[in-house]
Design a protein. Structure first.
Length: 315
């Protein structure tokens, strides 16, 4: 089942809302006077972009409700882990500390909803690239089979066992424990603007599971740009990029492991292009270019950031 993200609702007039909140905090004018000033001010759009980019606490005044369809339980485990710590902002003092309360979730219930046809309907996550692996099989004559074939058969077997338990009278809430973490379901994600920016920036880094988040993030950003404001395309950047400027990689050790080959994933080209020189650069660039997963990662850059490669950040 293909993942689908829908922005269901959001704070009306986000530019006017943020500009008004900013104006009343820095003026003795009445709210009506501030709103009139905003209506005449051509810089409200720029202010909105600047405040979003800076991720100031005021951005938490915006709220969004997303419906995520066809997402796996394993993805949900990553989704619900997000928190934001405190930080000291220059000139603004200490920011407050958002917690998981800034994201709320309403999940499709497998305790009451039967999942009897999930395997037949393809209602589960199929990892990419399984067809490239061969695994041991105790049932086949030659003792081996393709991993994707074994994966699909395992899903059918789980579905059959689940249905047999339901037919025997086992309650849904108990039978569901046999269902795989790859099974897909629907959930509502309600989140404020600051927490949303945190998630987008953190999870658009290759090292923090861009592959698992790519489809959801791409659709979230597209929905935000189409329905709310096009500025969200500009702020969908890796955590090491601030206002289109590289600020240093927080995962240097992981990138070095990728170049050495002790980590099986490709090195981040943004780190390579910005931090390495001469022989180190050539070695890391060669590692990136020759890695079999590089085309998939470059597609990730194109989908989310509009660039075919991280090497284009300076272009």
């Amino acid at each position: 089942m293909k993942t689908k993200v829908t922005l269901l609702s959001w704070t009306p007039k986000p530019v006017e809302t943020i500009a008004t909140l900013w104006g009343v905090s820095r003026s003795t004018k009445t709210i009506e006077e501030v709103k009139e000033t905003i209506g005449e001010n051509p810089y409200a759009e720029n202010l909105f972009e600047d405040l979003l980019t800076a991720e100031l606490p005021i951005v938490a005044s915006l709220h969004f409700n997303f419906i995520l369809e066809g997402v796996s339980i394993s993805f949900r485990e990553q989704l619900v882990r997000h928190m934001i710590g405190s930080r000291i902002g220059e000139g603004i003092g200490a920011d407050y500390v958002p917690t998981l309360d800034d994201s709320s979730f309403w999940v499709q219930s497998m305790r009451a909803l039967p999942m009897k046809d999930f395997a037949m309907d393809g209602q589960y996550h199929m990892p990419k690239g399984l067809e490239d692996y061969t695994i041991k099989s105790p049932t086949l004559a030659d003792g081996y089979e393709k991993a994707d074939v074994a994966y699909k058969r395992a899903m059918i077997r789980i579905q059959d066992t689940y249905n047999n338990m339901i037919e025997a009278g086992v309650p849904y809430e108990e039978a569901r424990n046999i269902l795989p973490v790859g099974i897909q379901h629907r959930l509502n994600w309600s989140i404020n603007g600051r927490a949303l920016l945190h998630v987008i920036k953190k999870r658009t880094c290759w090292i923090t599971q861009l592959g698992q988040w790519q489809e959801v993030l791409f659709q979230m950003v597209s929905e935000l740009c189409d329905k709310v404001h096009p500025v969200f395309r500009q702020i969908a950047a890796p955590p090491c990029v601030k206002k289109k400027c590289y600020g240093g990689c927080p995962y240097v050790a992981e990138n070095k492991a990728k170049v050495e080959g002790t980590d099986p994933l490709p090195v981040c080209p943004l780190w390579v292009g910005e931090e390495l020189k001469d022989a180190e650069y050539e070695r890391a660039k060669r590692s990136y270019d020759n890695h079999p997963l590089t085309p998939l990662h470059e597609k990730s850059y194109l989908d989310i950031w509009g660039k075919t490669s991280a090497f284009q950040w300076r272009e």
